[in-house]
Structures are given as C-alpha cells and as structure tokens.
Design a protein around this ligand. Structure first.
Ligand code: FAD
Length: 429
C-alpha cells in the first residue's frame, strides 16, 4: 500500500461490486467502481433472483437496504412446482403468508436499488478492464479499453465469470458443465400466454425428462416469465445440429425435434416465447477454489467462485462477499476509530482474513451446486425430486440467526459497528 488512505477500485458493478461499494461508503471509505456496461440499465439484466435470509438479506441489511428490498420483492415468487415432461406435478411448494426466507426480485430492480444508493459518480460506466499490472508493494495499474489507466492500492475483482482480475491470484478458469440452454421470455403472460401463466404459477416451474432435457420457467415482475430451455450439449452444439442461432425458426424447429417426446402442453412452452432465444451455457470454476493471498488484490462473487445456479447461491454469496470484504477493509483502515480494530494487522492481513472466511463459506456450496446440476440433467428413470422446501426455508432462517449471533459475538470482541440505515447512518452492532 502506497498511501495512508488506500485507493480502492472495484471492477464490476454487479450484485457483488455494488454491495461492496455501498457498505464501504457506509463505513466512510472512498471507493470507485468500474463497469464495462454503458449504464446501469444498458443491457438485459437477466431473470429473477431469490435473496436468502442467511446471505443476500444479511448483505442488504449491512447496506441499509433490507426494507427497501422487501418493498420491491415478491415473496409469492418463492412458489415452486416440479413436473415431469408430461406436465404431471411431482412436487409443489406454496410459501406461507409472511414467509420471508427467500423472496424474489428482478435482477434489474436489484441493480438499480444498489446503484441508486451509491454516492453520485461512484460508478464509472463504459470502463471495460483489459489489463492489471502489478507495480510492487501491493499497488496495481488498471488499464481499460480505450486506454484510460488508474492505479489502486486494493483492486477488488467483482467482474464475474470471466474475470480479468482473477488471473492475478489464480490460474483457475471456468469449465463448461456439459449443459447448454436457450434463454426465452414471455411477455404479458396473464393476458397473452395464459397457458404459460397457468403452468408456471406464482413462482418457478422445473420440468425435466430422464434424458437430460429440462424446461425451467420463472415468473418475474411486470407479467413477464423468463425461461431456460436446457439440454446436455457442447457449447458448439448448433454447428453439428445445423441450427442457425440468428434464426428463431431454425432454433424452434430444432427444439420441437429435441423435445418431441414431451406432451403437447409442455412442448408449447418451448416454442411460444416472445423475441429471440439467447444461447447460453453453464460453466463453473473448480470447487472448492482457494489461493494464497496476493497483496493489493482480491475477488468477490462469481469471480471468486462461479458455480452452477442450482440452489440459487451465486448472487447471494456475491452480495455477502461484498459486505464482508467491506467490513474487513473498514476494520483495518476505516476512519471511524471504533471500526478500526484491525488497524494493527493492516489492510492486507484483513483482506486475507476475508478470503479465508469466504473460501469456507462458498467452497462446500459450490461443490453441492455443481453436483445438483449433474443430478438434475442425469440420464435416469429416478426423478431427482427437490428437497423439502418448508425445511429449506426453516434452515435459511435458522442459519441467518446463527450468522448474526456469530457476528455479534465477534463484534463484542472487536467493538466493530453493525448495519446501517437506508440513508447511510450506522445503527450499531
Ligand atoms: C441461468 C442462471 C440463473 C441464476 N439464478 C440465480 C439465482 O436464482 N440466485 C442466485 O443467487 N444466483 C443465481 N445465478 C447466479 C448469479 O447470476 C451470479 O452468481 C451473480 O450475478 C454474481 O454476481 P457478481 O456481481 O459476482 O457477477 P456479475 O453479476 O456477473 O457482475 C459482473 C459485473 O462485472 C462487469 N464486468 C465483467 N467484465 C468486466 C470487465 N472486464 N471490466 C469491467 N467490468 C466488467 C459486468 O458488466 C457486470 O456488471 C444464476 C446464474 C445463471 C447463469
């Protein structure tokens, strides 16, 4: 570190980076976020996210935004239905009134919520990082497309799956998990697609066959349903299949063949979407992934532990990483004396401590999420039924309480400050 006030740069303005910046600012610490997007809403942000009581919601409370989240969230979206490829219901879950274990929010709304609560000018949009160069003593130079450069004492890589920061701490790269999908959306479902609305219900519908094909549909806000039409395949599946990915009808004809043995009602889901299909695939980092701390650099979110989305841990862990790293930085260099009990160990030791806790928090979940994907897309006659959702929701709440108790215990030892209010004032441990 070259200055007494460290220059902190976050690369990536997704859930991880924006949460980290918000909590740092709550601690009175200066931070700049650089993101490749042109604006907060310049691209389709993707589908819905469930924010768990034991992780994403703790981060939101740390950011002073839990009430604001609750006002925007869809608790009824926690509903889940599992069907087979004939449409037969195999398992069903309807959340009880007042169930706040894992309410849903559209990604775009979450991003906007976090962004709107940062100080003006915190996020520099249109900054695509292309290179990070070590300058010695923990300092790094960041170079962006177009040639702009900045120097930082702490670089926080929050730049997702294909992180440009990650290679500075680890040689790990995401591996394809053998499953591809086509992103589909259905607008105004209640009036225009009542069949889709009926099958999806208020939340999520998971359907699979015993040969590695699946349809996962999720109700988003504003009458939109988003879907993942998934199948086991290599990333270049369309080449061998003779499918033109720029031609919706070519994709539709392929899907009609692939899903030909599904019932007519289920097949209709696959070809009735509005707009284009967007081809994507699932990848994950080797798990559990750890590295030896590199001075002046660290990772949060998918950059650190990209995993399969089964279990819905990715964004939740990303936000908790962001909050916990911000607390760790504050304990070492925060301007508030009560928030600086780790001043003696210094910024790098505090960041290394964040990393060891993060490895424990994310490692086992990443392994189980990747295994869940393999099970879901397995070729087997045994249906892979979901876990008991009632129990899962009780578990989220119990783990949330345990997490807060452990924090309070640690805070008692260190005297650190706690969550903040929506306007940024800290409310005490
Ligand atoms: C199909 C699917 C469904 C999912 N469902 C869920 C779910 O229900 N619940 C859940 O918790 N998680 C879910 N996830 C995972 C979740 O989307 C991710 O874990 C989460 O978005 C990670 O947040 P992040 O901030 O680390 O990364 P990202 O959200 O990927 O954000 C990274 C940011 O970095 C920016 N960026 C990237 N490269 C650069 C660069 N070179 N320079 C500057 N900026 C850059 C990007 O523009 C972006 O804003 C799902 C994932 C998928 C694929």
């Amino acid at each position: 570190m070259t200055n007494s006030t460290p220059r902190i740069c976050v690369v990536g303005g997704g859930p991880a980076g924006l949460t980290c910046a918000r909590v740092l600012q709550g601690h009175g610490i200066e931070v700049t976020v650089y993101d490749a997007d042109d604006a907060v809403d310049s691209r389709d942000p993707g589908g819905t996210l469930d924010l768990h009581a034991d992780s994403g919601q703790i981060a939101l409370a740390d950011a002073g935004l839990l009430d604001a989240f609750t006002a925007r969230a869809r608790p009824e979206g926690q509903a889940k239905t599992r069907r087979d490829h004939h449409g037969t219901v195999l398992a069903e879950f309807t959340p009880r009134p007042g169930d706040e274990a894992a309410p849903e929010i559209d990604r775009g709304r979450l991003r906007r919520l976090l962004f709107d609560h940062l100080r003006p000018g915190t996020v520099r949009w249109g900054h695509r990082l292309v290179r990070v160069t070590p300058l010695g003593r923990g300092a790094h130079r960041l170079e962006f497309a177009g040639g702009t450069t900045v120097e930082a004492d702490l670089v926080i890589g929050a730049d997702g799956a294909w992180s440009k920061v990650r290679p500075l701490v680890s040689a790990a790269v995401p591996q394809h998990l053998g499953v591809c999908f086509l992103d589909a959306r259905y607008d105004d479902v209640d009036s225009r697609h009542p069949d889709v609305a009926g099958i999806v219900g208020a939340g999520h519908m998971f359907a699979n066959d015993n040969d590695g094909r699946a349809v996962i549909l999720q109700r988003n806000g504003d009458g939109v349903v988003r879907g993942y039409l998934a199948f086991r395949a290599a990333p270049d599946w369309h080449v061998g299949a003779g499918v033109d990915l720029t031609d919706r009808e070519s994709i539709r004809a392929h899907l009609a063949r692939e899903f030909g043995h599904w019932s007519a009602a289920m097949r209709a889901l696959i070809v009735r979407n509005d707009g284009d299909y967007v081809p994507r695939s699932f990848s994950a980092l080797p798990a559990p992934l750890t590295w030896d701390h590199v001075p002046g650099i660290t990772l949060i979110g998918d950059a650190a532990h990209l995993m399969a989305p089964f279990g819905g841990h990715g964004a939740n862990l990303a936000m908790l990483d962001g909050a916990e790293l911000a607390h760790a930085v504050s304990r070492a260099v925060g301007p508030d004396p009560a928030a600086g009990p780790d001043a003696a160990i210094g910024l790098d030791a505090a960041v290394a401590r964040y990393e060891s806790d993060m490895f424990v928090r994310s490692g086992a979940l990443a392994v189980s999420a990747n295994e869940a994907l393999v099970r879901f897309f397995a070729t087997t006659d045994e249906p892979d039924l979901p876990p008991d959702q009632e129990q899962e929701h009780r578990d989220y709440l119990a783990r949330a309480q345990a997490y807060r108790q452990e924090r309070a215990r640690r805070a008692g030892e260190t005297g650190e400050t706690g969550e903040m209010g929506e306007t940024g004032e800290r409310t005490g441990a």
